[in-house]
Design a protein around this ligand. Structure first.
Ligand code: FES
Length: 184
């Protein structure tokens, strides 16, 4: 049964809420609820947000990233993997989180899901060259916008994707070799 907004708000402020508590969450301005300790990705999926989750929730892609508008401190801290991946992504906003890497701990998270589509591969993007982008097209690992909504998809977008893939591979190899030296 769908809860009314006032029912949701009443449950948010219930001081008895604890381990099993139902927490307030806003996704793209829509108020919803989730259980304390729920992975943010699960909360998004439960609210019918389409998330590609290209790496299967391993914290190694950009496809589950969201922007936290409020309540960053209501989420679990950044994981090591998340920090590494966010560091390699090409987005400017400092409030990005990987939804598969954090859990909701308290009321008050408000987030925005990037509007657009992640392209699955260079081949997929190549097949779209010459068409108009119905929505913005994002790189699946770096999160950068390759083509803006309404623009013609040009070969230069494909070249940017190829260059981003190469750069990402180089940077990831460098990070992994540094990490293995540190671990040894
Ligand atoms: S699904 Fe890939 S980082 Fe979350």
């Amino acid at each position: 049964m769908t809860q009314t907004l006032s029912e949701k708000l009443t449950s948010f402020s219930n001081p008895m809420n604890d381990a099993d508590s139902i927490l307030a969450l806003q996704i793209d301005g829509e108020l919803t609820t989730t259980r304390k300790g729920t992975r943010l990705l699960s909360a998004l999926l439960a609210n019918h947000v389409k998330v590609l989750k290209a790496c299967g929730g391993q914290g190694r892609c950009a496809t589950c990233h969201v922007f936290i508008q409020k309540g960053m401190d209501c989420l679990t801290p950044y994981t090591e993997q998340e920090i590494m991946t966010l560091g390699l992504m090409k987005i400017e906003q400092p409030n990005a989180r990987l939804a598969c890497q954090c859990m909701v701990l308290r009321d008050g998270v408000s987030l925005e899901v990037p509007k657009g589509k992640y392209v699955g591969s260079e081949t997929e993007l190549e097949s779209l060259v010459g068409k108009k982008a119905q929505q913005s097209i994002f790189h699946p690992i770096t999160g950068e916008t390759l083509v803006y909504e309404g623009k013609l998809i040009l070969r230069t977008a494909l070249q940017r994707m190829q260059a981003a893939n190469q750069q990402f591979d180089q940077e990831m190899n460098l990070l992994l070799s540094r990490k293995s030296k540190k671990d040894n």
